[in-house]
Design a protein around this ligand. Structure first.
Ligand SMILES: [Zn+2]
Length: 372
């Protein structure tokens, strides 16, 4: 089996929906949040810890793993699942975003992208074919096509040119992809122009992908620009395939996007903020080093059932961060990923019970927007 998507429920007041995605290594419920394991590890977690808190699918990254340790080693290890001891579904990102953000880009031609590795400056050439080959070697359950992900611009001509390249690359990716049991997702680009997004969607959808993603959001655009486009495009995506919004975001972004019909999310927020001492809670984001917490013996979030909240106080967690103890980042990452996974569970339950709109409103009312 490559991938099967079953739509299990639809909200009547919004475009929110629930579903079950089945892959060769098992299924996951949508809307889903995928913790990010860029370098073959979700930072600070063992796979057993991820399973314990209910992570059903995680994400790996082709660009990073190609650079280190290299695909030959992962191939010899028997694939990325075995290499990192993760048994459940995994999606790998193609590295398009990293090539255009992290690496020093040299040039993009219709053939591919030439850039210098962010790690050692080595010149690398990525083509759609190589990126498919990398992900076939990793053996992920869902692979993403290599796309051009230009920085934020309002220059329509540039965005159109880039869109054409991404569509051509998508076509070549479909043509060379051959790994059985690995699904392939296309990526819709088109910047912040609804007409270009629609065109990109149409031309990408007709290539017959197993699912479709929206790329090129959250790249430094002015606040609100994403939703102007997302509210137009999300509902036009094929209903019978998973819809994935790449790299977004905050709890509020997830709620908003679910309401527009998105099924899958990934973001480094819970682990990155966790490592830096910020915890997501129902009231907003809190910075644990804050002096107010020195003698605060309550848990991070009184409504949270994670291991960190069941056992430790804000005062203790603050102490760990102040002393640079490694347990601090571990516990806050654990809490944050748990928080995101629980949020998805509650979202799915609310959609199933026909009260997503109320749930969203209640959550938004209780959440301090300024803290996000
Ligand atoms: Zn917690």
């Amino acid at each position: 089996m490559k991938l099967h998507f079953e739509l299990t429920g639809k909200d009547s007041g919004t475009q929110a929906r629930t579903g079950l995605v089945s892959t060769a290594r098992g299924g996951f419920l949508t809307p889903a949040f995928m913790p990010v394991g860029t370098q073959g590890t979700v930072k600070t977690f063992t796979p057993a810890e991820l399973e314990d808190i209910g992570a059903e699918i995680i994400l790996g990254n082709a660009y990073h793993l190609y650079i280190r340790p290299g695909i030959d080693i992962i191939r010899r290890a028997g694939g990325l699942h075995r290499f990192m001891a993760w048994k459940r579904p995994m999606l790998t990102d193609s590295g398009g975003y990293q090539v255009f953000s992290l690496a020093r880009l040299r040039k993009v031609t219709s053939e591919g992208a030439v850039f210098n590795s962010h790690f050692d400056g080595r010149e690398l050439h990525f083509t759609p074919e190589l990126v498919v080959e990398i992900q076939e070697a990793l053996g992920s359950d869902i692979a993403m096509v290599f796309d051009e992900c230009p920085p934020y611009t309002e220059n329509k001509g540039e965005v159109r040119k880039s869109l054409d390249i991404t569509v051509a690359w998508a076509r070549r990716s479909v043509a060379c992809h051959s790994l059985e049991n690995q699904a392939l997702f296309g990526i819709v680009q088109g910047g912040f122009f609804p007409d270009l997004r629609r065109e990109s969607l149409e031309r990408t959808a007709e290539l017959g992908f197993d699912g479709l993603a929206l790329g090129g959001f959250g790249i430094g655009e002015p606040e609100g620009r994403m939703y102007e486009v997302l509210s137009d495009i999300a509902g036009r995506m094929p209903e019978d395939k998973p819809r994935y919004l790449m790299g977004i975001g905050t709890p509020l972004d997830i709620l908003e996007s679910v309401g527009l019909g998105i099924d899958m999310f990934d973001c480094v927020n819970p682990t990155r903020y966790g490592r830096n001492g910020s915890a997501f809670t129902r009231r907003g984001r809190m910075v644990i080093r804050n002096g107010n917490y020195a003698e605060d013996f309550r848990p991070l979030d009184e409504s949270c059932g994670c291991y960190a909240c069941r056992n430790f106080s804000r005062s203790y967690l603050r102490h760990l961060f102040n002393c640079n103890e490694i347990l601090g980042p571990r516990l806050l990452s654990l809490h944050n990923v748990y928080f995101f996974l629980e949020l998805m569970k509650e979202i799915r339950r609310a959609i199933g019970e026909g009260r997503f709109r109320e749930f969203k409103k209640d959550f938004e009312t209780g959440y301090d927007r300024d803290s996000r």
